[in-house]
Write a protein that binds this ligand. Structure first.
Ligand code: DPP
Ligand code: ZN
Length: 844
């Protein structure tokens, strides 16, 4: 497959004044009639008229009313058209039912729906399917569905038809159509200028009881975007539709967001606290796209992070305001390290603004999203909060209605603050995670911190230049008082020193507070110093980080030296847990251990070949030691974490449940599942029920609960996803592959449904000791299923192939086995471009 290059960008030959679409719905033979008013683009360098189209049957086409026979070419059509405004009309036929890739117009549970980002609209009709062509859309839908929706405002409807009008020019990737048997939760929102907006959350009949939380999250998001960014909603109606078969979490189509059911449906009986939190964040994310993504969109897909990085940053700010900022930050950084650092340190590493791609769907990555958000966070730290607000004002003012670039974005910051961000731009163009090594010096009352940065080579980028890194640093005195409040040190050189004068004694530094830059900090430190920071740091992120590095050091020692002194760690954790002044959610996070994948990467970076079983056993050993060390504390603390009020999915209750369950993880190792069984039997919400089920599975006592769980929830797809994933996730390393294999043979394993597929195989990815079982069976099973899924849903197959992205970390036997499986998938006849690109990159 041929790559597409950013450097080859040229402006569109024709722009569009307006689009009218008529859909005559039919499961296997939908007709789409388009009327498009084109105008030659004065800025164009070519006059060639090309429309994208894939899998379309062209019935007829005309220009200004005269029938024409366009030349059908690979990926679209060409035609001779006037060098003046003209009307293009075409009729095509498509089969939504045959569309299993879930891109374009497809059917999910008998309901019509669309997914057009990035390049799905070309599967609906012939069109310049590129984001820099923006147009207002009018849509008419004919069909016998109860509810028929599209973007914008409703115009009129009758028996068997409905018309919609979206006045805001938009690129085709934001087009949406939904039709089916749906019911709505209705609400309304009054905007800052007093405009009343209808809100509708559409679900299948039976799911009405799971809509309240999502609706509240939407209203909170609308209010927040007004208060914090001054952004008001711009249509008479805002709609969300929940769809069972969906490749992504959700999609920000103008005025008609389409959501994976997992990203919007919620109830205490069926959703965990983590689900509620994720749903709130995704609803906010998609809503925020209305300004950062829709009103200002991307010129081309190389600019994807322009909208995604910024919108992730905005949703992170929102979650921080709605919940505990410190806890949200810790969770965001954990996710960044778990997914983005993994990506950045392996064969799939790429720039936040890539130079080329084969299949854009492979670039909806943690780097574009989460690292992109970190870059914006750093810009805010560098310019300051007020300057950030001013820059955003200018951004909206200058680029509203445009398809913009990342360069436009950075320029706005330069113009509004007067700062030169030339070096900062490297963050967008240089892949890989910088390492920052720290050393200190204390001489004659002067304290000096010296930082050295370097970024390891990434595929296609051997040479790395120094980055502009904001390092938030504070200093603590020997008694634990803060002697130097947080200060932003701007690092721009490969090596740089900063001095602090006037200190009475050698301080303990707290570096990279609030995780002020997406780097790996390398600092040799003692357990005592880490414990000191865990006890005294005033920055919650670094306080947690101190506990995490303490745990990591202990685990690495357990893995590499078999025996390790645990006392400093255990004592520090006991002190932390007993500290009632700390938020239970914070304590729960600090009680957690670094993931097996994180440990594998850490070992690899230190030149040690990670052994997945040793990593697994080290975790188990440490948990057992923690359980024994803390056993007197457990009953009292667990009792304190009981929530007596009725269930609320808020941060306060969620924190108590999280700590309660974290403690039960320890107790479970002492009582063999007894407390977990009691909890399972009396749980009245999914957080506790699922937590208890996990511990029962861990204690190999899960059979009864599993059957009961299935009986209770077998009609609930989202809960059954949990039933599947729990079994794989909690399977012992030697059983995980068999458990997975057996589940794929279950009658309820509807593998064409992305959520169900991910429930099973995503869980296997998060059970590294199971996946990397020395037999290689995990690799083989995984590859078998990628081969099976690829022709049906290439996007998901390609995404899941990242299970193999870390293959070079491991020992020669595992490497050989993984390589053989990657090559076997690659050799599959007719393998999608998506999977070819991913696996090809992974291999090289
Ligand atoms: N729906 C995806 C998102 O919101 C892609 N735009 O990130
Ligand atoms: Zn997004």
């Amino acid at each position: 497959p041929q790559p597409i290059y950013l450097a080859d960008y040229t402006p569109p030959a024709y722009l569009i004044d307006g689009v009218e679409l008529d859909f005559q719905l039919h499961p296997t033979a939908t007709r789409v009639i388009s009327r498009i008013r084109f105008t030659p683009n004065a800025a164009a360098t070519s006059k060639d008229f090309f429309l994208h189209g894939e899998g379309l049957t062209l019935i007829r086409a005309s220009v200004d009313g005269r029938d024409i026979t366009p030349e059908l070419v690979d990926g679209g059509l060409k035609a001779d058209v006037p060098d003046a405004p003209f009307l293009w009309e075409a009729e095509v036929e498509i089969s939504p039912e045959a569309n299993t890739a879930l891109e374009g117009l497809y059917m999910s549970n008998g309901m019509y729906c669309t997914q057009c980002e990035a390049e799905g609209f070309r599967r609906i009709t012939y069109y310049p399917d590129r984001p820099d062509v923006m147009a207002p859309f009018k849509v008419r839908i004919d069909g016998d569905e109860l509810v028929m929706l599209s973007n914008g405002n409703p115009v009129a409807s009758g028996d068997g038809w409905a018309e919609w009008d979206d006045p805001w020019p938009k690129p085709a990737y934001l087009f949406a159509l939904v039709a089916g048997n749906l019911v709505a939760r209705d609400d309304s929102f009054t905007t800052m200028s007093g405009k009343e907006v209808d809100l509708k959350l559409w679900v299948r009949p039976g799911d009405e009881g799971k809509t309240a939380f999502g609706m509240q999250a939407l209203k909170d998001s609308m209010k927040w975007d007004e208060e914090v960014y001054g952004r008001e909603y711009d249509l008479d109606i805002f709609q969300i539709v929940a769809v069972s078969d969906f490749n992504m979490g959700a999609m920000e189509n103008k005025g008609l967001n389409i959501f994976n059911t997992s990203a919007v449906l919620a109830s205490p009986e069926t959703s965990t606290d983590a689900n509620f939190e994720r749903i709130e964040a995704i609803i906010a994310h998609e809503y925020f796209h209305n300004w950062t993504g829709n009103r200002i969109t991307c010129r081309d897909w190389f600019q994807l992070s322009l909208k995604e990085g910024l919108t992730v940053f905005r949703d992170q700010q929102f979650s921080g305001d709605m919940r505990s900022e410190a806890v949200c930050r810790i969770n965001d950084v954990s996710a960044l390290r778990g997914r983005q650092f993994r990506e950045d340190n392996g064969p799939l590493a790429h720039q936040v603004q890539p130079d080329s791609f084969v299949e854009i769907n492979n670039f909806y990555t943690a780097t574009i999203y989460e690292k992109g958000a970190e870059l914006i966070r750093m810009m805010k730290v560098l310019v300051g909060d007020d300057a950030y607000d001013k820059a955003l004002e200018l951004y909206f003012e200058r680029h509203d209605g445009e398809a913009a670039t990342i360069e436009d974005w950075v320029k706005v910051f330069e113009d509004s603050t007067g700062r030169d961000l030339t070096q900062f731009r490297r963050w967008y163009k240089q892949a890989g995670t910088p390492r920052v090594a720290v050393s200190e010096d204390w001489t004659d009352g002067t304290y000096t911190l010296t930082f050295k940065q370097s970024t390891p080579p990434t595929p296609g980028q051997d040479e790395k230049l120094p980055q502009h890194i904001p390092l938030a640093v504070g200093l603590l005195g020997p008694n634990g008082d803060e002697v130097q409040p947080t200060q932003i040190l701007e690092m721009t050189e490969a090596e740089q020193s900063f001095t602090f004068e006037g200190l009475a004694a050698k301080p303990v530094p707290s570096i990279l507070r609030h995780f002020s830059a997406p780097v790996i900090l390398e600092r040799d430190s003692t357990a005592q110093e880490r414990a000191f920071l865990l006890a005294h740091d005033t920055d919650p992120f670094n306080k947690w980080e101190a506990g995490r590095t303490l745990a990591k050091d202990v685990l690495v020692a357990l893995i590499t030296e078999e025996d390790a002194p645990l006392d400093d760690y255990l004592n520090a954790i006991a002190v932390m847990l007993r500290d009632d002044s700390l938020d239970p959610a914070f304590r729960a996070l600090t009680l957690g251990l670094p993931s097996q994948d994180d440990l594998a990467q850490t070992l690899f970076d230190a030149g040690v070949t990670p052994d997945p079983m040793k990593i697994y056993r080290a975790q188990q050993t440490l948990w057992q030691a923690m359980a024994e060390h803390l056993q007197d504390l457990l009953p009292r603390l667990m009792a304190e974490m009981e929530v007596t009020e009725p269930f609320q999915p808020n941060a306060e209750q969620a924190g108590k449940r999280a700590l309660g369950l974290g403690l039960m993880n320890l107790l479970n190792r002492l009582d063999g599942g007894a407390a977990a069984q009691t909890l399972y039997d009396r749980a009245d919400n999914m957080t506790l029920r699922l937590g208890a089920l996990g511990y029962l599975l861990q204690a190999q006592k899960g059979d009864t609960a599993l059957s009961a769980f299935r009986r209770q929830f077998e009609d609930d797809e989202l809960v059954m996803d949990k039933w599947f994933s729990m079994q794989v996730y909690h399977a012992a390393p030697e059983d995980a592959v068999d458990v997975t294999d057996k589940l794929t043979k279950d009658t309820a394993f509807n593998w064409k449904n992305p959520n169900r597929f991910r429930a099973v195989f995503g869980a296997l990815m998060t059970n590294p000791a199971g996946f990397h079982n020395a037999s290689g069976d995990g690799y083989k099973l995984f590859a078998d299923w990628l081969i099976k899924l690829d022709p049906v849903n290439p996007q998901i197959a390609a995404r899941m192939s990242s299970a193999f992205e870390t293959w070079r970390r491991y020992d020669v036997d595992r490497q050989a086995m993984m390589k053989a499986q990657i090559e076997r998938v690659l050799a599959t006849e007719g393998l999608s471009r998506d999977s070819q690109e991913m696996l090809g990159r992974i291999l090289n």
